[in-house]
Design a protein around this ligand. Structure first.
Ligand SMILES: Cc1cc2nc3c(=O)[nH]c(=O)nc-3n(C[C@H](O)[C@H](O)[C@H](O)COP(=O)(O)OP(=O)(O)OC[C@H]3O[C@@H](n4cnc5c(N)ncnc54)[C@H](O)[C@@H]3O)c2cc1C
Length: 482
């Protein structure tokens, strides 16, 4: 309808946009969600190529245990998805003994403390301290009402919890690795390699680079309701779209937003299929892409944009594996590191995620895998991607020979591929690296970047995963309704 004015237009059905759209429709707002692609999920989607189904990027999903956000949404919106909590969650292969990471945190600490090369008392003391800090932070993620902007009741709860925050303040502005010597763990391999590996895939920086409170919270990612979505995460994204529609929202796939302009207090979007008029807009695009869509630029967008370009792209291999691959039948994640003392990126480290058996990922009962590694966005992009692809295959061959032996078909992807499919310029993915600096906390307060224009997605706080972007989308939606 030409004269319809929606309460909100959401640009992009990634988890940031989906989180915002669900929150808005749940409060009775009229929402139009436009997505360029024919399927939702963005970096966390499931696509079909050559008759096989692959996870595009994200493969490990958190927040599915009772009480946590994704679990609450599944119940509240009646999302029709088949979720399998993982145990073990991931297998870390960084040379030496394989570290099998169970769902239970205490069991994990027992395992790490008994590894050769790791001082037991130091490891136990470190994880006890880390748990205290991480628990305080995760409480905030489980209940986004506790994140800024606060209402009076949240403020009162914060005042009551203040003592729990003191260690966090002490750790702010310091790297995770600077905390290790006091536990005797500065050179305690393989624990040190594990910390680097986990920090890289969560906060996008190694333990030496990472802002400690972010890294300490991210270390518990695997123990926070980590799940596999049977059939692929695209099934979850599609179920979220259906929930938006069931509450009166409109989801338009294959409807790219080409431009946004402000007119008479409204935002007018020029989309592939026509025009959408809305009182507010939520974009899940990168800062530079939001700026060029809306024709605006400002200090905040510039600062966010600069942090993105100091971040990462991804190189991936999408593999079709023979059904008799020598792995457990459940979805299996192998975090493989070639040289444990070198940076866990550019193919030296890969995350290889294999679908569960019997999931219909292609003809003949095959299983599919997504193998990914971080690459810098600087330099000769094609040469960097080619080198990382070759190195990633070599790391896989070395650390996951059972996967390598089962490959029947392989498709490579580079930052160019991510740029083409998700529209993220230069193929920047994964969010803003949380490198040391108290400036990391500057974006904690959701604010519009222009009148009625909000950014969601992995470049705004808390960013960096499907769960975090969903939380960010929810927070921006709540803030806009205030
Ligand atoms: C290789 C890789 C591995 C990862 N592994 C994990 C993991 O294991 N676990 C985890 O939780 N996270 C992981 N992540 C991170 C996670 O996928 C992202 O942080 C999150 O999915 C990003 O969501 P988003 O909403 O910010 O953006 P996106 O997912 O990029 O979504 C943006 C959407 O907007 C659409 N769009 C763009 N421009 C327009 C336009 N003009 N009009 C309409 N639509 C538009 C795009 O098509 C896209 O669907 C991984 C990411 C990558 C790349």
């Amino acid at each position: 309808m030409a004269d319809r004015v929606a309460d909100a237009l959401v640009v992009g059905a990634g988890f940031g946009g989906l989180g915002a759209a669900l929150t808005l429709v749940d409060k009775g707002r009229d929402v139009v969600l436009c997505e360029s692609l024919a399927y939702p999920g963005g970096c966390a989607s499931t696509f079909t190529r050559d008759g096989y189904q692959f996870e595009a990027g994200a493969t490990m999903f958190s927040g599915f245990a009772p009480g946590q956000l994704m679990h609450r949404w599944i119940e509240h919106f009646g999302l029709d998805v088949d979720v399998e909590l993982l145990d073990p969650v991931v297998r870390f292969r960084g040379g030496g003994e394989e570290l099998v990471v169970p769902r239970d945190r205490a069991a994990f600490v027992d395992r790490v403390a008994s590894l050769p090369g790791v001082p037991e008392a130091g490891a136990r003391a470190f994880f006890a301290w880390q748990a205290r800090l991480a628990d305080g932070l995760w409480r905030l993620f489980d209940d986004p009402a506790l994140l800024p902007p606060f209402d009076l009741s949240a403020l009162a709860r914060h005042v009551r919890q203040a003592p729990a925050y003191a260690p966090l303040v002490a750790a702010a502005g310091r790297s995770l690795s600077s905390m290790l010597p006091r536990f005797g763990l500065a050179d305690a391999y393989p624990l040190r390699a594990w910390l680097d590996a986990v920090c890289q895939i969560t906060v996008q920086a190694t333990a030496s680079e990472a802002e400690a409170p972010f890294a300490l919270a991210a270390m518990d990612y695997f123990f926070r309701g980590c799940a596999h979505i049977r059939g692929g995460v695209g099934a979850l994204a599609s179920a979220m779209c259906r929930a938006v529609e069931a509450r009166g929202g409109e989801v338009r796939l294959t409807d790219r937003v080409k431009g946004l302009r402000r007119d008479g207090g409204l935002w007018i979007a020029n989309t592939r299929r026509g025009e959408v008029r809305a009182r507010a807009v939520f974009t899940s695009t990168l800062p530079a892409d939001t700026a060029s869509l809306a024709g605006i630029w400002g200090r905040r967008l510039e600062q966010l944009g600069a942090r993105v370009s100091g971040g990462w792209g991804a190189v991936a291999w999408y593999l079709v594996l023979s059904p008799d691959v020598a792995l457990p039948a459940s979805a299996t994640h192998l975090l493989c590191l070639d040289d444990p003392r070198a940076a866990p990126r550019e193919g030296n480290q890969v995350l290889c995620s294999v679908s569960a058996a019997g999931e219909a990922r292609g003809p003949g009962g095959v299983r599919t895998a997504t193998v990914s590694t971080h690459v810098p966005l600087l330099g000769d992009a094609a040469a960097v991607a080619a080198a990382a692809q070759a190195r990633a295959r070599a790391t896989l061959r070395l650390r996951a020979p059972e996967v390598d032996a089962a490959i029947v078909h392989a498709l490579p992807a580079s930052p160019r591929t991510f740029e083409r499919f998700t529209g993220r310029s230069a193929g920047a993915v994964g969010g803003i690296p949380r490198r040391v600096g108290v400036g990391q906390y500057a974006t904690m307060f959701p604010r519009p970047v222009a009148d009625g224009l909000w950014m969601v997605g992995d470049t705004v706080f808390p960013g960096q995963s499907t769960l975090a972007t969903a939380i960010g989308g929810q927070r921006a939606a709540v803030a806009s309704m205030r």
